[in-house]
Design a protein around this ligand. Structure first.
Ligand code: FES
Length: 403
């Protein structure tokens, strides 16, 4: 039988330790082809080969039914073979959202314990249950830390570079594969022990109190890909803080649906940043590393759609910020202007923050935009009529009125 496995290219490996300490293998020496390490290696030193192996099978029990599946595959693959269908990322049911072990959205019960099916190997004799509704969800969390600037959704007037504006956590796992991921140590972490939503909420609220921040934020990775965890997190933060505390979700917007946003707002979330990044599908694919055009198109359209939904349904209850990105190698000024026109048609006052993409992760051959370039981006958007434009620069954020 032919199987995909991952090998290391020694000429590219820098012995950085990322695969030993951050994105670790759960089947060492016996590759199951889960591809987690392939996506996570910062130096792109892993490659996929097809190998012929002798078929061996194991027997597992899935929801009370015994099934024979090949050995040396991930539990998720075994479940698929057994006929189980994972849901779409962003649903309440198990989904294969990050496939790198960070988000825990794929977790099912293995012998009574939650286990990430995307990265653990299948083992003979295990008893698997896919109904995890009654179990507290888990997720890998970094932080909390106090933050001086916040994200694209942080109200620009709250940022004074003197006081901490938010207490933030960052959650692991993302459904995108951005080669210039600006936060890859979090995104691809699958080794840190996960937290329940109440544990994360307790920590971030303590941080908020200690530093007297006006807001509490969750960023990533992509927070929205584990819906159950995220909704419970906001419920738990709301239980511990008054409504006046800003509760901020920083998202790429790809999996947020109207009913999901309703649920988050109901849970107390009153500040959402959505980052469609750009408007053209070719640009989006280049930025996000997605090679499936249909999926990329679905994600990009969804991000823009959800901005309109939040704006028209929660204009007064949720402070909305939109994120675009700029780097001359990835996005043109014309496209920035096109995005500006799109945002202007929603509301000329909508807050838009443009991130200056700098070299990071696998895309180290780009140059960070100069401050002047970013000011030109700001001017271009303002000339389209937008009134609340913030640009991130190497010397800090520049907001409306060059504040
Ligand atoms: S899909 Fe398995 S941890 Fe994210």
């Amino acid at each position: 039988m032919e199987r995909k496995i991952v090998r290391v290219d020694p000429s590219k490996c820098r012995l950085c330790g990322f695969c030993r300490y951050v994105n670790t293998c759960y089947s060492p020496g016996n590759c199951i082809g889960c591809l987690s390490c392939y996506w996570a290696c910062p130096y792109n030193a892993r490659y996929i080969v097809k190998e012929n192996i002798t078929e061996e099978t194991v027997t597992i029990t899935v929801n009370g039914v015994k099934v024979q599946v090949p050995s040396r595959i991930s539990l998720a693959e075994a479940l698929r073979i057994a006929g189980y269908e994972f849901d779409k990322p962003g649903s309440r049911k198990p989904s294969l959202a990050c496939k790198t072990g960070g988000c825990w959205s794929c977790a099912v019960l293995v012998n009574g314990n939650l286990e990430r099916s995307c990265i653990v190997p299948v083992q003979g004799g295990i008893v698997v249950e896919t109904d995890v509704e009654s179990r507290r969800p888990l997720r890998i969390v970094h932080g909390p830390e106090p933050h001086l600037v916040g994200g694209k959704g942080t109200p620009w007037w709250e940022v004074d570079y003197v006081n901490y504006v938010e207490a933030a956590i960052w959650v692991a796992g993302c459904n995108l594969r951005c080669p210039q991921c600006q936060n890859y140590h979090v995104t691809y972490d699958n080794a840190t022990p996960p937290l329940k939503p109440d544990e994360a909420a307790k920590l971030v609220v303590e941080c908020h109190r200690e530093y007297s921040t006006r807001g509490i934020a969750v960023s990533g990775g992509e927070p929205a890909i584990n819906r159950k965890w995220l909704v419970e997190f906001f419920q738990q933060v709301s239980k511990r803080t008054p409504p006046s505390v800003r509760k901020h979700l920083d998202s790429n917007g790809t999996v947020l649906t109207p009913d999901y946003v309703d649920e988050l707002v109901e849970a107390g979330c009153n500040n959402i940043g959505v980052e469609p990044k750009c408007v053209k599908i070719e640009t989006y694919m280049k930025i996000t590393g997605l090679i499936d055009r249909e999926l990329a198109s679905e994600y990009l359209n969804n991000a823009w759609r959800i901005i309109e939904y939040i704006y028209s349904n929660y204009g007064s209850r949720v402070y909305l910020g939109v994120g675009l990105v700029y780097n001359v190698d990835l996005v043109t000024l014309d496209e920035i202007e096109e995005a500006g026109d799109k945002l202007y048609s929603i509301d000329p006052s909508i807050q838009v923050t443009v991130l200056d993409y700098f070299p990071a992760f696998r895309r180290t051959n780009i140059r960070r935009p100069s401050v002047d370039e970013m000011l030109r981006v700001k001017k271009a958007l303002e000339e389209r009529g937008l009134k609340t434009v913030v640009v991130q620069t190497a010397r800090g954020h520049v907001g409306p009125g060059n504040r």
